[in-house]
Design a protein around this ligand. Structure first.
Ligand code: NDP
Ligand code: GDR
Length: 357
């Protein structure tokens, strides 16, 4: 039985990854932060009474800013695999807390790598680092000849989050080269799910669409509708994380769908799932979306009603305009292929949020 340790186990990816590893027969340990209220909703269904025999899922209190607890937990757990998913993961918020994000997302990665080295576990413990497409920054000239970002594309991060994650990327690569550790970066493009945090754009849209359809909210306020993202499903992406740690040689991989979509079109797709057709009018800060047709008799929204407006407070000081990843290497070497497309992702998110609403 293999043992895995997941930082960020209470997050979107941590919860899907814990499920996947438990299904594969792993003993799974997760690090959760102490909070003033419960923060384990995404993993409560995995929790079993710790007094029972054969408990395969265990949580430890810890924080990536505290090396003492990182070292102690890794010493106790002696993991075969560590998945470092813990992070302050919101790009916009990173402009408000730049030092904190550097500490958690940047130095936090170093703390994991150093703990493994201090404990002499370099040969035993494989490490996955949650790197990100935010490293590329969306610069047009840095795409490859085919128009994608791949493992060789240069980085140009555009937020304190991206800059912190670039440290995490390089320190992981450096420890692999310097100490011959099995430490890899998964450069994951955006991935979403019904468990996505409520302030990321996709979930914000599906939750608000459900609320507007059910007449519990009037208007959805968004920022830049012209941004384009390569959106996949988190369930597919945690499968890729696991595969990255099962190879003979430690390497870095891009995980993406190879397709990109405007935020505006995600809005259109979400409303369409509820049977509401939209028209977009105006430009930039004055753009609005209005109801063009309401095909679901249950929702009865008036034609011409404005349901989306722009609030510039959601604009970022520096924006990543377009992301699209080239998954060729992960397809060829890992045999990884996404099972979900964007339409099925939007459908699942909308169904869940309509149910919740
Ligand atoms: P979430 O924001 O959903 O989860 C982040 C997790 O990190 C939560 O469990 C959170 O705990 C924990 N965390 C935050 N700060 C600390 C800290 N100081 N110490 C320990 N744990 C902490 O992110 P996702 O699941 O979406 O993403 C997982 C990882 O992958 C992150 O590193 C993210 O940056 C990266 N990534 C995500 C992508 C995506 O599209 N989802 C794409 C590429 C990379 P709590 O629940 O208490 O807040
Ligand atoms: P991103 O995701 O910044 O790509 O980071 P997010 O969903 O926050 O933004 C995507 C794009 O949508 C635009 N946008 C808005 N975003 C938010 N959050 N709220 C809004 O109201 C809004 N309106 C428009 C943004 O400007 C942006 O262009 C995610 C995170 O999961 C990171 O941790 C991860 O590394 C990257 O994806 C890959």
């Amino acid at each position: 039985m293999k043992t895995a340790l997941i930082t960020g186990v209470t997050g979107q990816d941590g919860s899907y990854l814990a499920e996947l590893l438990l299904e594969k027969g792993y003993k799974v340990h997760g690090i959760k932060r102490r909070a003033s209220s419960f923060n384990t909703q995404r993993i409560d269904h995995l929790y079993v009474d710790q007094h029972e025999n054969h408990v395969n899922f265990k949580l430890h209190y810890g924080d990536l800013t505290d090396s003492t607890n990182i070292i102690r937990i890794i010493q106790e757990v002696q993991p075969d695999e560590i998945y470092n998913l813990g992070a302050m993961s919101h790009v916009k918020v990173s402009f408000d807390s730049p030092e904190y994000v550097a500490n958690v997302d940047g130095i936090g990665t170093l703390r994991i790598l150093e703990a493994v080295r201090i404990l002499g576990l370099e040969k035993k413990t494989r490490i996955y680092q949650a790197s990100t497409s935010e490293l590329y920054g969306g610069l047009e000239e840095n795409k490859n000849a085919a128009g994608f970002y791949d493992e060789n594309s240069p980085f140009y991060p555009r937020s304190p989050y991206g800059v912190a994650k670039i440290y995490g990327f390089w320190i992981t690569k450096n420890y692999r080269e310097a100490y011959n550790m099995y430490a890899c970066n998964g450069i994951l493009f955006n991935h979403e799910s019904p468990r996505r945090g409520e302030t990321f754009v996709t979930r914000k849209i599906t939750m608000a669409t459900a609320a507007i359809a059910k007449r519990k909210q009037e208007v959805l306020y968004l920022g830049n509708l012209d941004a384009q993202r390569d959106w996949g499903h988190a369930k597919d992406y945690v499968e890729a994380m696991w595969r990255i740690l099962q190879q003979d040689v430690a390497e870095d991989y891009v995980i993406a769908t190879g397709k990109t979509t405007y935020v505006r079109d995600f809005v259109r797709m979400a409303f369409a799932e509820a049977g509401i057709e939209l028209t977009f009018e105006g430009k930039n800060e004055n753009e609005v979306a209005k109801v063009a047709k309401c095909n679901n008799p249950e929702y009865q929204l008036e034609i011409g009603k404005t349901v989306v407006k722009i609030d510039p407070q959601y604009y970022r000081p520096t924006e990543v305009d377009l992301l699209i990843g080239d998954p060729t290497k992960s397809k060829t070497k890992l045999g990884w292929e996404p099972k979900y497309d964007l339409a099925s992702l939007v459908k699942e998110m909308m169904q869940e949020d309509l149910k919740i609403m």
